[in-house]
Design a protein around this ligand. Structure first.
Ligand code: DGL
Length: 264
């Protein structure tokens, strides 16, 4: 029996979109949710500074929670730091989250695909390499959104989001070229699935929105299947916020996802 938790990590509450799927595919294991909200949004960070922050933070998190596996439920963090984390902590298991460019390239009929992500993710060499390796025959538009992750946080906290603001952020994803139109938008930030209904509503035409949450949870499930099973659960799952304490408005949401916020 191994009752060490699976750790889910994001800059905020976007990683809960992955937890939602993992709760279905991987029940019966303890979870810890970590939001580096003191540093939110990651999308705006300079690469070297964010790498340094993440490696330092993981040294602490791994020592504190001793996870059986860490799911980096954040594209902005994974595309930057997944290789470095694996090199620095070679005995640990990490699951990354990266833009679903390969499935988008396989599915598009028009050949016009957009990748909606944070400004950090669209700048990454990792993202450019995925396009070169898997989508060379498509026209891929990278759309770096300054505000969508924060809008998703606001929506999850307050249950309200300014639809006109969502419309403005997604508008550059929609391209018309030689009688063809974008038919796939990759949601390359774990915050975005929470806004997908608003995106559908404000989009100028229907597209497929690719959300990787289930695929990430499935990868974690596969890796977990070769680990010793967990015994009876002894304690509640914890949510840790690096700012010390999650905002009051998030407590109910976290409880709904099965997490007790750690006292600051
Ligand atoms: N949830 C994060 C991602 O998947 C990013 C949000 C942020 O900018 O911190 O990219």
């Amino acid at each position: 029996m191994d009752n060490r938790p699976i750790l889910f990590f994001d800059s905020g509450i976007g990683g809960l979109s992955v937890v939602k799927e993992a709760r279905i595919l991987l029940p019966g294991r303890p979870y810890v949710y970590v939001a580096d909200d003191a540093a939110f949004p990651y999308g705006a960070w300079e690469e070297e500074a964010l790498l340094e922050r993440m490696v330092g933070l993981f040294a602490e998190l791994l020592a504190t929670y001793r996870p059986v596996m860490s799911v980096i439920a954040c594209n902005t963090a994974s595309t930057l730091a997944i290789h470095r984390l694996r090199e620095t902590f070679p005995q640990e298991i990490f699951v990354g989250t990266v833009p679903a460019i390969k499935p988008a390239a396989e599915r598009t009929r028009s050949g016009l695909v957009s990748v909606l992500a944070t400004p950090g993710t669209v700048k990454r060499q990792y993202t450019r390499d995925l396009i070169r390796d898997y989508a060379a025959r498509c026209h891929v538009r990278l759309v770096g959104s300054e505000n969508l992750a924060a809008l998703a946080e606001q929506y999850m906290r307050e249950g309200f989001v300014d639809e006109a603001a969502v419309e403005t952020e997604i508008a550059p994803c929609f391209v018309e070229q030689d009688g063809r139109r974008t038919d796939i938008v990759v949601l390359a930030c774990t915050h975005y699935p929470f806004l997908v209904n608003r995106m559908r509503k404000t989009a100028p035409w229907p597209v497929d929105w690719i959300d990787t949450s289930e695929a990430i949870a499935r990868r974690a499930q596969t890796l977990a299947s070769s680990l010793p099973p967990a015994g009876p659960m002894e304690s509640e799952d914890i949510a840790h916020f690096t700012s010390g304490k999650p905002p009051e408005a998030l407590r109910r949401l976290l409880l709904g996802f099965g997490f007790r916020p750690e006292a600051g």
